[in-house]
Write a protein that binds this ligand. Structure first.
Ligand SMILES: Cc1cc2nc3c(=O)[nH]c(=O)nc-3n(C[C@H](O)[C@H](O)[C@H](O)COP(=O)(O)O)c2cc1C
Length: 187
């Protein structure tokens, strides 16, 4: 998606969003052409965020397959799987009436999870990146780790393709622009 958008609107500043929770993710977003990455779920599991402790524990427990999207036709959200998401999914697959689905969707609010701590019957919104979140730590520590991981990731890259820099430097501009210039010669 990110590459498709970068091709569609060259030169437009892009912020990648969804699935980024560490410095390796930031490096990947920048490599794919974004100018920045947005981190949502990672910062929900921070000490400073005023979320009910049950919500934070639910985030720490969730693995990559433990979220799903619901609310199709109403305003799709991604949430940690629980009785609420399964009830919504059942209504959606049985093509339940939109009004019945809307009633079920709006009756069980995010506030009931975030403020009251019910993580079983209501919306516990989180991104797929939740599987990368294993600790509740202060924001300053999240940012420190992001920077450390980002620097480690980009420092490691030249070692993944030893010699690549030399090859690129020795190719002259006309060779680089020729069709198939970087493909191996066919026998
Ligand atoms: C609790 C919560 C509420 C959100 N509410 C909205 C919303 O109202 N509108 C929206 O476009 N995205 C919403 N999002 C999505 C975020 O803006 C963001 O795109 C997403 O969380 C980024 O993915 P990540 O959580 O994997 O970092 C919400 C996400 C969470 C976790």
């Amino acid at each position: 998606m990110l590459r498709a958008v970068a091709h569609a609107v060259p030169g437009m500043p892009l912020i990648a969003s969804g699935g980024f929770a560490d410095g390796q993710g930031l490096a990947a977003a920048l490599a794919l052409g974004a100018g920045a990455a947005q981190f949502g779920t990672r910062f929900m599991a921070s000490t400073e965020v005023n979320l009910h402790p049950n919500y934070k524990k639910a985030l720490l427990r969730a693995a990559v397959e433990d979220t799903r999207t619901v609310g199709h036709g109403l305003g799709v959200i991604r949430a940690v799987r629980n009785a609420f998401t399964e009830r919504m999914a059942a209504l959606e697959t049985s093509s339940g009436e939109l009004d019945a689905r809307r009633a079920a969707f709006t009756a069980f609010s995010l506030k009931m999870a975030a403020h009251d701590g019910d993580v079983t019957n209501v919306k516990v919104e989180a991104g797929q990146s939740v599987s990368l979140v294993g600790t509740v730590i202060p924001v300053v520590e999240i940012v420190r780790r992001l920077v450390e991981e980002y620097v480690a990731a980009v420092t490691e890259l030249p070692r993944c393709a030893p010699g690549a820099e030399t090859v690129v430097r020795t190719l002259s501009p006309p060779m680089l622009s020729a069709p198939g210039a970087l493909l191996p010669a066919t026998p």
